[in-house]
Design a protein around this ligand. Sequence first.
Ligand SMILES: [Zn+2]
Length: 325
Amino acid sequence: MDATGLSNFKGRAKPNFAKKAGVDLEMIYVASPNFSDKASEEKDKFKYIIIHHTATSRMQDEDGNFVSLKVLTDPNSQNPVSAHYLILREINGESKIVILVDDDKKAWHAGVSKWLHDNNLNNYSIGIEINNDGITELFSDAQMASLVALLSCLKKVYEINPFNILGHAEIAPNRKIDPSDYFDWKILADYGIAYFPFNEGNSNILCKIGDQGKIVENIQNLLQLWGYRYFDVDGVFDERTKLVIESFQRKYAPYEYRNDELRGCWTHNDDVKMQELLTARKDYYNGDLKIEVNFEKIKNNPMNEFFHPHEEILIAMNINIHDEL
Ligand SMILES: [Zn+2]
């Protein structure tokens, strides 16, 4: 076995979607049996990309096996799971991307989930797991570089709406917290993959658990309009409303999430960010806001040595990399 243990995995793939995006992106192929088939008309249709952390504290066990690869490929566990992709922790400055399930199959990553008018998001989504302990571990530059490279290709080729790149905790806020508050969503916005609100309000609490009435109902309406489910719009700030707000803060206001006094309370800052998000999404649908993958910036990130856009393919696809600067 080599120092990384990765020689166990022979398959290497340069996936078609990356080629279609004009990118030479090498991955490791480790087939997981934990998937189901999709109806043929659904095979190439993806509405969402869902980001997860594996919640594993070690990458390899004593025998050099990759812990999360074992979990994500084990058909005999009580609750077999998988994802389409896994981004490993950094080895020698690089975070390898593993393909577990082909895009046209249904990987089992989201579980019971809802967003806007969609249920069971495994039916419409691509799932990406990232090795991380889910508690205090930062997501490394190498992991984020691999994720950005992967997302940029998936988003471009499958024409994923930048507002539909979500964390598991957003589609299942009652039972999931991934990815953790250390996942920096701003980075995805920096590369034109997603949107992140830049306006900031103060941390005055507008509403908290136990409160009731019109103001609570208004906030619940905003949360529902944005896409969250698993709570009632009834003017009662209950535990379920709090969990949804924690999900919102974990992504958009991690400072508040880490503050015991503010976590799960609706602050002025949350309100400002929510208003900006709703406006931005509306502008995007109206065509007034453009969000385009910035391939040139991705290529120029020194962490992305393995990401090689082929200019001639970009031109053939009518993607002008210079326009996206
Ligand atoms: Zn998850």
